[in-house]
Design a protein around this ligand. Structure first.
Ligand code: SAJ
Length: 413
């Protein structure tokens, strides 16, 4: 039903989607503004690490089903998967969506489908339809022409978990928000090419808010755990004990506290809801503030303890934004270690099994050294566990004896 599909934005969502479609026999043209990414994909290589992605990309390129370009070309369907960050005032920044819309508009034919996958504030998909219409007065669009429009526009928010993208891309249910009913039906047909989960059709704005609610729900629940951990620290209680006991209740499931919430989704998306309804979104805003305050709490606790030692050696375990990934972007752990280095409170031994060298901002402090787990545990006076990597799980209690341990994730409970 679709022989050519163009995926605009070849990042963590666009590239796996392009590879998944190509694997199903669709001719896929990937578009990205970054020439290095385009060249790498055309050479059959994936520009970032994600389980099973590299083999999918090299296979799709070798079969001639996937190629990358800098500019969009005519296709039956376009999937836009570009970043939607927040600006300095925590307002949504839709400039990449607008730029993608303008580029796609140039090559749109009557009958084409345009899907927005980027996580977006309410109203963005309808706005996308307007942006396309501004550039193509010769075609009709669903925000004004409804089912009769020449072009179909829909939202299908990405919902995959980094680290499990290739699996969840196929198995997760999808939300399909059509700007008109016909748009929804057409988008469903596209996603059914590679999705085994169910496709639930709704309107575009409901799909936008439903996606944002998923991440806001998670953020609020993590904030509960993080607030509880700060209460327990204040009362000198073991947070992991408190949570484990409370979770023995059949209807209680408190999440794990941590050093803060990182990544590009959960720490960002709730602000789209706050921005859309600032007076009503009180709990969602507070949860963001609680989670954003957690790194400073960890830094204060570690510096207070380190100041009791003469020339303390501090082992910091983990730099990535969550367990078992190499992604350091928006990582609270990296922020904490950088700040501890800047405060010059002691010698920092950093353990991060997923990277080969420390990031430049940490090297620049001259205070931190990347070492292996054994060396760090042996030398340290203070141990700060920041990421619950599987590699840290088997540490023996006897190794920790006589040291001050901050287990921000409750991993060794
Ligand atoms: N975290 C905790 N405690 C927990 C769980 C997570 O502190 O109990 C922290 C993690 O360490 C990390 C952050 O929260 O710093 C977010 O990690 P995550 O694994 O919960 O989620 P993400 O950001 O990698 O991916 C989320 C997912 N959303 C939900 O689970 C509702 C994913 O399905 C979305 O597709 C993704 O956001 C996205 O792109 O929106």
């Amino acid at each position: 039903m679709f022989s050519t599909v163009s995926v605009v934005g070849l990042g963590y969502i666009g590239l796996p989607t392009a590879a998944a479609l190509a694997t199903k026999g669709v001719d896929v043209v990937g578009v990205d503004v970054d020439r290095a990414i385009v060249d790498m994909i055309n050479a059959g290589r994936a520009p970032f690490v994600e389980p099973d992605l590299a083999v999918a990309v090299s296979g799709a390129v070798a079969m001639g089903r996937l190629r990358a370009t800098l500019k969009p070309e005519t296709a039956e369907a376009f999937i836009i998967a570009v970043p939607t960050p927040i600006g300095a005032n925590r307002e949504p920044d839709l400039s990449c969506v607008q730029a993608a819309a303008e580029a796609v508009a140039e090559v749109l034919d009557a009958g084409a489908l345009v899907v927005l996958e980027s996580t977006s504030p309410p109203g963005t998909t309808v706005q996308l339809s307007r942006w396309l219409a501004e550039r193509r007065p010769d075609l009709t669009f669903p925000h004004s022409a409804g089912n009769a429009a020449d072009v179909r526009v829909a939202h299908c928010p990405e919902r995959v978990l980094p680290g499990r993208i290739m699996i969840e891309m196929v198995t997760n249910d999808r939300l399909i928000g059509g700007v008109s009913e016909r748009c929804g039906a057409r988008a469903k047909a596209l996603y059914e090419l590679f999705t085994q989960g169910q496709c639930h059709i709704t309107d575009a704005t409901t799909a936008e808010i439903a996606k944002l609610s998923e991440n806001a729900f998670r953020d609020v629940n993590i904030a509960f755990a993080n607030e509880l951990s700060m209460i327990c620290d204040q009362l000198d209680l073991d947070t992991a004990d408190v949570i484990a006991l409370a979770n023995r209740h059949p209807r209680v499931n408190i999440l794990q506290p941590g050093p803060g919430v990182g990544g590009h989704c959960i720490a960002v998306d709730p602000w789209f809801i706050v921005s859309a309804a600032p007076e009503q979104a009180r709990l969602i805003r507070t949860a963001r503030q609680v989670n954003d305050a957690k790194p400073a709490h960890v830094i204060a606790e570690v510096s207070r303890t380190a100041s009791r030692f003469k020339d303390p050696v501090i082992a910091c375990l983990g730099l990535s934004f969550k367990a078992n990934v190499d992604d350091l972007r928006e990582s609270p752990a990296l922020h904490i270690v950088t700040e501890l280095a800047r405060q010059d409170i002691g010698r920092l031994l950093v353990v991060e099994p997923h990277i080969g060298e420390l990031p430049a901002r940490l090297v620049g402090t001259g205070q931190a050294k990347l070492v292996d787990l054994e060396a760090a545990l042996h030398e340290a006076d203070v141990i700060v566990l920041l990421v619950d990597h599987d590699a840290f799980r088997p540490v023996k209690r006897t190794t920790l004896r006589g040291k001050v341990v901050f287990d921000t994730r409750g991993l060794w409970h």
